[in-house]
Design a protein around this ligand. Structure first.
Ligand code: NAP
Ligand code: MG
Length: 403
């Protein structure tokens, strides 16, 4: 065999939990290390090691990502009461994704991997739709109360000199509820930049929508900040790349999306992104086919699969029963990260390997070889359901031919 591909800069590798940890190792053994001299800085985010390090490993891995610029992450358990018992945790550690996101200050982009034979529930969607979700503020950081009859609710802003500005929300003749939400110009601006940078990266249009006709200050601020940043810093770059930025109302974008063929980035406010990403993911088919990348405003990338650790399959695996877990989103997390590393290090060889790995993966499914989740969705006549490891080996056979 020819010499292995060399890597100039280390890739930050964040290992994880359960079935995805099993798959992680298989991907490395079967698809990566035979061809690449893998240069990774390894962080074990498996729950056991998070406990041993009092979760310091998560913080360290995020800081390493800042330093090197690209990371690939395996799915991890977010502990709940049951997990605290199962893993004998000294604390209910926070969601690693939340910790990493807080350190990198990013926007999450999710898009489906499209293959022949597995069609969307919306037949016109022939290209992926990427949801970019703003992950700060609005109702996710709200302050809310129930209100008794006879009460009055007001917004009170106290400025730095102690001056108050008041605005009436409602005088309650009957009981009700009230809620206060906020956002920050800086966070909205980061969100806008992340969307525009990502669009230039993948050469796709950006659609952004809010309800600024009703929310004339709050949502309008989002619209204005996006437009300002676009006009000053991105307009020319978009023209050169042959892509567009397009703003409309949230109702309109929903209608357009259903009629569209896909192939664009849909930038969503926090709540819209929460709701719409579930719709888009479901319409495209399996969770095992959704990729996810966190992009920070200063251009740091963290790639992962959108799904969790697939616990139910892991318990079967532990009992020695065969599993048929879809590894595609995790493979694409690796290929995404390797391609980005290759681009940043000007290694056409590494970026080219990433392309071929993805090609081999898609080819395998299109040849009819797939895991159980896809088997029930596929319209191919020659389809065959295989176990977790066989699926990876089948990809390996095709990759070998492509290289
Ligand atoms: P999950 O791991 O995404 O799995 C939910 C179900 O979806 C599975 O039982 C399976 O359905 C199907 N599924 C998901 N991924 C699949 C794949 N690759 N191949 C085949 N089927 C797949 O979600 P969960 O069970 O709610 O959560 C498990 C753990 O993951 C939790 O501890 C949670 O904290 C963690 N989690 C982590 C992340 C992350 O790190 N980004 C995200 C979400 C959840 P069937 O059982 O019907 O086959
Ligand atoms: Mg949701």
């Amino acid at each position: 065999m020819a010499d292995k591909i060399q890597m100039k800069t280390p890739l930050v590798e964040m290992d994880g939990d359960e079935m995805t940890r099993v798959i992680w190792k298989m991907i490395k053994d079967i698809l990566l290390t035979p061809y690449i001299d893998l240069n990774t800085e390894y962080y074990d985010l498996g729950l056991k090691h998070r406990e041993e390090t009092k979760d310091q490993v998560t913080v360290d891995s995020a800081n390493a990502t800042k330093k090197y610029g690209v990371a690939v992450k395996c799915a991890t358990i977010t502990p709940n009461a049951q997990r605290v018992e199962e893993y004998q945790l000294s604390e209910m550690w926070k969601s690693p994704n939340g910790t990493i996101r807080a350190i990198l200050d990013g926007t999450v982009f999710r898009s489906p991997i499209i293959v022949k034979g597995i069609s969307s529930y919306i037949p016109t969607w022939t290209k992926p739709i990427t949801i970019a979700r703003h992950a700060y503020g609005d109702i996710y950081k709200n302050s809310e109360m129930t209100v008794e009859a006879g009460s009055k609710a007001e917004i009170v802003i106290t400025d730095k000199d102690g001056n108050e500005t008041r605005q009436l929300i409602h005088e309650y003749k009957t009981p009700g509820v009230v809620q206060g939400v906020h956002n920050l110009d800086s966070s909205i601006a980061s969100f806008a930049r992340a969307c525009f940078n990502y669009a230039l990266d993948v050469k796709q249009d950006v659609w952004f929508a809010t309800k600024d006709t009703i929310s004339k200050k709050y949502d309008h601020r989002f619209k204005d900040i996006f437009q300002e940043i676009f006009d000053t810093d991105y307009k020319e770059k978009f023209e050169q790349a042959g892509i567009e930025y397009f703003y409309t109302l949230i109702d309109d974008v929903v209608a357009r999306t259903v009629r569209s063929e896909g192939g664009y980035i849909w930038a969503c406010k926090n709540y819209d992104g929460d709701v719409m990403s579930d719709m888009v993911a479901t319409a495209f088919g399996s969770l095992g086919m959704m990729t996810s990348v966190l992009v920070s405003p200063d251009g740091v990338y963290e790639y992962e699969a959108a799904h969790g650790t697939v616990t139910r399959h892991y318990y079967k695996y532990l009992k020695g029963e065969p599993t048929s877990t879809n590894s595609v989103a995790t493979i694409f997390a690796w290929s995404g990260a390797l391609r980005k590393r290759g681009e940043l290090d000007h290694s056409a060889e590494l970026a080219g390997f990433a392309d071929k790995l993805e090609q081999a993966t898609v080819q395998t499914i299109e040849d009819g070889v797939m895991t159980g989740d896809l088997y029930i969705l596929s319209s191919l006549e020659n389809k065959k359901k295989v176990d977790t490891e066989t699926f990876l080996k089948e990809i390996g056979l095709r990759l070998e031919k492509l290289l």
